[in-house]
Design a protein around this ligand. Structure first.
Ligand code: ZN
Length: 87
């Protein structure tokens, strides 16, 4: 019987590589009885679909590129706000 921690680890691993059959069966069974992990699994699946769609769009359309300057601004903004939160 999987714990919620083990189940969520399997869900995360399934994003990177296919799970083995025994793992899939154990995870299925846990999801069947556990609402929290079912929601976690659904959220990660939605995320995976969104990421795949985004990747597909970027690969299909080379015009979509985040300018490096914009990226640097975002990074700076995030690090600035996290620093100010600490003080
Ligand atoms: Zn669970």
């Amino acid at each position: 019987m999987l714990t919620c921690k083990q189940a969520s680890q399997l869900v995360s691993q399934s994003l990177d590589r296919p799970l083995s059959l025994p793992d899939r069966i154990r995870l299925r069974f846990h999801l069947f009885i556990c609402d929290a992990c079912t929601r976690f699994n659904q959220q990660l699946n939605k995320l995976r679909i969104a990421v795949q769609a985004l990747r597909g769009n970027i690969e299909n359309d080379s015009a979509i590129q985040l300018p490096l300057e914009a990226k640097a601004r975002i990074v700076k903004h995030v690090s600035d706000s996290s620093e100010s939160n600490q003080h």
